[in-house]
Design a binder for this molecule. Sequence first.
Ligand SMILES: Cc1cc2nc3c(=O)[nH]c(=O)nc-3n(C[C@H](O)[C@H](O)[C@H](O)COP(=O)(O)O)c2cc1C
Length: 288
Amino acid sequence: MKTITIDKTKCTHCGLCISDCTTGCIDFDSENFPKIVDEKRCISCQHCLAICPTGALSFGDKHPNDSQAVEYSDILGLIKSRRSVRQYGEDEIAPEIMDKLKQMLPYVPTGCNNHSLHFSIVEKKSAMDEIRKKVNDLLIKTMSYKALSPIMNKFSRYKDAFLKGEDVIFRGAPHMIVASSPLSAPCANVDPIIALSYFELYAQHLGLGTCWCGFAQACLKIFPELCEMLEIPPGYKPVYVMLFGNPKVKYQRTVQPEPYSISEIKEIHKKDSCVFCKIKRFVTNFLR
Ligand SMILES: Cc1cc2nc3c(=O)[nH]c(=O)nc-3n(C[C@H](O)[C@H](O)[C@H](O)COP(=O)(O)O)c2cc1C
């Protein structure tokens, strides 16, 4: 069960936990304290716990005192403190910061040192606004074609927001970077993800906010005209998109994710498996 518990002596009713909730599943209760109102929508990102200025909010059994203070300078602190930022300042980032980000990119590793990535970086907010409008118009237009509804499924619940011109896709970000690779690259689908992962950490180390944007990536897939606008070279596939800009939010503490399952292999116990298991593994590996 997903619940938040509020220390009523500490809560200042500032509403930051509500405004930063990406799925909009928190609201004030009748006493003006935050409460999860739609548990099914909650994705357990713990942004509510991370942002609360007074440490009044616990998420499930995660108490704010058990989080660490945010720390963007040392590498482990940075990894723990990185958050997906969905609220940005209006201003463009400083040109020298933009330069630092661009200068970092050639150092990211690529499979076979193929080094053929292409990056489209929207540097001007006015250009970003043009893309925002284009995507909104395209989505509204495309939603009216019934034949396309399976492709548009992931967007359909935001139809009203699109009609109101709300920026559900780009979250008001002043910039974005799209990492593309040529189809011929040996690790065409992996290299761009590695590059954006490095980009994200470096950007947050420099004080910026970033957000992986699956929605924008889906739009690039559906609407080829966006690839033209972003000057993605012919024969290159736009693999992923990251929004960035000056953050309008400040997180106070780290989240407390559940640990992953880890097989700690110290000696080999299973040396062979049945044919059926092998076929199942083979299919799983290739479906991925
Ligand atoms: C591959 C990928 C795609 C994502 N796409 C979106 C997106 O389209 N819109 C959005 O607001 N957040 C997006 N996110 C952010 C996730 O929702 C976020 O990482 C998650 O809620 C955990 O929050 P955190 O990054 O602050 O730890 C994406 C994240 C990843 C890794």
